[in-house]
Ligand binder design. Structure first.
Ligand code: ADP
Ligand code: MG
Length: 261
């Protein structure tokens, strides 16, 4: 696999946080020399127990957290420490969907306002063109684009509808890469499959790449082309989903599989 075929490439990523432990200054390292690549349109599922560093990797990819060491390449460009305009441009290509859809949404803004803001700012749409694009986005995520839904506030929607709006908002800037941090784990079990299927449809429609974070191996297998297993901030193994499930090479993966119903 040539490096040029990667959309995102993470090399030897290290994240450290200074903390106080019993009043003493110390440092924790939740991400410990992590490397992976994701091709355009590919889904890499990241699994690991709570506290293993998954969300820290997500936030570092979004450049909400600055890496302590290592590098992040996007489309061949080093974005590890870029600032200003280069950072803004990178962030248009990389969007995040959170576990709690309220984290992506502003309680004081209507659904229409959530979608019109990025469309105005990044695509400079106005008037009818803007309205049409909002309806198209709502339809794209499986919501009927009625006036009723456009003028609702996030708390007036169901959990699944809210996550669909959060996904539509992420899509509004036409990203090439989505980081989805446990996007279905707070949803009712009955609607999880629908949201996962939507993300899978979007991958095909837009050649969208994903880092799909989950602690659920079944959904990792369904959605992920490959699965990467994280433990204590380190990558234990990465393999095509079916291979990893059928023939895990690391003892921790076998433990994880044995714990899965
Ligand atoms: P996961 O998403 O796999 O549950 P996290 O990435 O959220 O794991 O957390 C990994 C570890 O890093 C945890 O011990 C957490 O407390 C710690 N951590 C995360 N963010 C910070 C921060 N900003 N400051 C200090 N410690 C942090
Ligand atoms: Mg997390």
């Amino acid at each position: 696999m040539s490096e040029a075929s990667q959309l995102i490439e993470v090399r030897d990523l290290v994240v450290r946080f200074p903390i106080r432990d019993h009043g003493k200054r110390t440092v924790i390292q939740p991400v410990d020399h992590v490397s992976f690549g994701i091709r355009p349109g590919e889904v890499l599922a990241l699994v690991g127990e709570s506290g293993s560093g998954k969300s820290t990797i997500a936030r570092t990819l979004l450049r909400i957290v600055t890496p302590s060491a290592g590098s992040i390449l996007f489309d061949g460009q080093d974005v590890t420490r870029v600032k200003g305009r280069a950072l803004a441009q990178y962030r248009r290509n990389v969007q995040m969907v959170f576990q709690d859809p309220f984290s992506s949404l502003n309680p004081a803004r209507t659904i229409e306002a959530h979608l019109s803001y990025p469309l105005r700012k990044h695509h400079r749409l106005r008037g009818k063109e803007l309205g049409d694009r909002i309806d198209e986005l709502l339809e794209r995520v499986g919501l009927t684009p009625t006036k009723d839904i456009r003028l609702k506030y996030p708390h007036e929607l169901s959990g699944g509808q809210r996550q669909r709006v959060a996904i539509a908002r992420a899509l509004a800037v036409s990203p090439r890469f989505l980081v989805a941090d446990e996007p279905i784990s707070m949803l009712d079990v009955s609607i999880r499959a629908g949201v996962l299927k939507l993300m899978d449809d979007l991958r095909a429609a837009f050649n969208l790449a994903y880092l799909y974070i989950t602690h659920d191996l079944a959904s990792a297998r369904y959605f992920g082309d490959r699965i990467m297993v994280l433990y204590g901030g380190r990558v234990m193994e990465t393999a095509p989903s079916d291979d990893l499930i059928r023939n895990p090479s690391h003892p921790y993966t076998r433990l994880l599989l044995a714990a899965t119903p």
